[in-house]
Design a protein around this ligand. Structure first.
Ligand SMILES: Cc1cc2nc3c(=O)[nH]c(=O)nc-3n(C[C@H](O)[C@H](O)[C@H](O)COP(=O)(O)OP(=O)(O)OC[C@H]3O[C@@H](n4cnc5c(N)ncnc54)[C@H](O)[C@@H]3O)c2cc1C
Length: 396
């Protein structure tokens, strides 16, 4: 009987994995023994890092969007459907429109979402660049501000040892902000304070979630005149007074609060009953090597929705997607998995508006920070402008 692979989520992880699966399993597709279907709740595919450039007036965002169908190989079925329910006993997913999709193998790739409402006052008085809407709002504020203080705050999930989306983004955007305000000629009149929570994944009282980078950040920030402070875990915002209040009992006034808000898995995953993550955060319990959802032999996951201790980043997905595709192909053909994920993350961080730093780490080795360079920025620009779309198509 014809086998069915169902992928839920048409973002970085779902798109790359669908294309990689179609390439690896082309003989089975040709013989009409296999069908690959991707469902997503949007007709469009957003390159999410593009939002950072929107926040600093470098893009209006349109070049970072593509039609989802156009990114998928023609052999893949695509439907715009919002998944609402999974039956892991019955091997099917149901959608909001009442459609039922059966599967032999399921890939869950619905990412994560911002949850500012989890901190009182943050939705009213805070800003974030993690969505295009939020970044557009910030762009106006960064364009208008002439003097005052921009406060940077970072919140981590309550579930231990899990990072927020794109671990390096708060550092990247702090440095981009410095460059942007310098370009505007108002930097001398605007104070930037970068804060970090007491507990950040495995690091305590640092400025980043990994020790080596945390150790070099003070001198980098000092050279830019950016104030920095660890031990500030945002717990409340007084929206009227524009004061950020920490769990450690400190208060800091701000004109603009550029926050990394709490994140959770998407509603569909949180309500699936599969996750036991703290505080209804919904991170999927994931086998760190096979990338199967623990306890579910024919369900895989990758990307921002997993509970692994690696950055929720495209540079992570890029190294997970082949493991998932190879394992499913091997299970279909031979009945066993063949690949193992070692936690590899590769990316180029945008350290300011024209400097790029390669990042490379895995489960065993932290990032070894190196000076950023113009060449790094050039490669990052190439990724933003085109390499990403080739990667999404499974070509890089
Ligand atoms: C501002 C910003 C900057 C970033 N910078 C970097 C960077 O410099 N380097 C880097 O490597 N990474 C970066 N990232 C992170 C990177 O974008 C994510 O890690 C990556 O997009 C995760 O892929 P994903 O497929 O897991 O999730 P997503 O790309 O978010 O895709 C999830 C998909 O699931 C769909 N979906 C959700 N719910 C449902 C449902 N119920 N039914 C059907 N479909 C559903 C969504 O529409 C979406 O298409 C950044 C992210 C942001 C926001």
């Amino acid at each position: 009987m014809k086998k069915k692979i169902l992928i839920v989520g048409g973002g970085t992880a779902g798109t790359m994995t669908a294309n990689n699966l179609a390439k690896k399993l082309m003989p089975e597709i040709d013989r009409d023994e296999l069908e690959i279907t991707l469902i997503s709740n949007s007709k469009y595919h957003y390159y999410k890092p593009g939002a950072m450039y929107v926040a600093f007036g470098k893009s209006e965002g349109y070049e970072f969007v593509r039609d989802q169908r156009a990114l998928l190989m023609s052999e893949i079925n695509f439907e715009v459907e919002e998944a609402t329910e999974i039956s892991t006993n019955g091997n099917f997913v149901k959608t909001k429109k009442g459609k039922k999709f059966d599967y032999d193998f399921l890939v869950l790739a619905t990412g994560c979402e911002v949850a500012p409402e989890r901190i009182p006052g943050l939705s009213e008085a805070g800003d974030w660049f993690y969505t295009y809407e939020g970044a557009t709002k910030l762009a106006k504020k960064f364009h208008d501000i002439k003097k005052g203080r921009v406060l940077v705050t970072v919140n981590f999930p309550k579930t231990p040892n899990i990072p927020h989306q794109c671990g390096i983004a708060p550092v990247e955007t702090t440095m981009m902000l410095h460059d942007f305000l310098t370009e505007r000629g108002v930097r001398d009149d605007i104070e930037i304070i970068y804060t970090y929570p007491t507990v950040a994944q495995s690091v305590t009282n640092g400025l980043f979630m990994q020790e080596p980078t945390s150790n070099v950040l003070p001198s980098i920030f000092d050279s830019l005149g950016v104030k920095h402070q660890s031990g500030f875990t945002l717990s409340k915002v007084d929206a009227k007074k524009k004061v950020a209040i920490s769990a450690e009992g400190e208060e800091i006034e701000f004109d603009i609060l550029m926050s990394t808000p709490p994140f959770t898995a998407t509603k569909f995953i949180r309500e699936s009953g599969i996750s036991q993550a703290l505080d209804d955060e919904g991170w999927l319990p994931t086998d760190k090597e096979t990338l199967k959802v623990k306890g579910l032999d024919n369900v895989y996951t990758l990307g921002d929705t997993v509970d692994l201790p690696v950055s929720k980043a495209g540079g992570t997905v890029h190294n997970q997607t082949d493991v998932v595709a190879d394992n499913i192909a091997s299970e279909l053909r031979h009945g066993y998995t063949s690949e193992s994920y070692d936690g590899l993350v590769i990316a180029i961080a945008q350290m300011g508006l024209s400097c790029g730093m390669p990042l490379w780490y895995n489960y065993d080795k932290d990032v070894a920070p190196t000076p950023c360079s113009k060449l790094g920025s050039f490669v990052r620009k190439g990724f933003n402008k085109g390499i990403y779309w080739a990667a999404a198509r499974g070509m890089v």
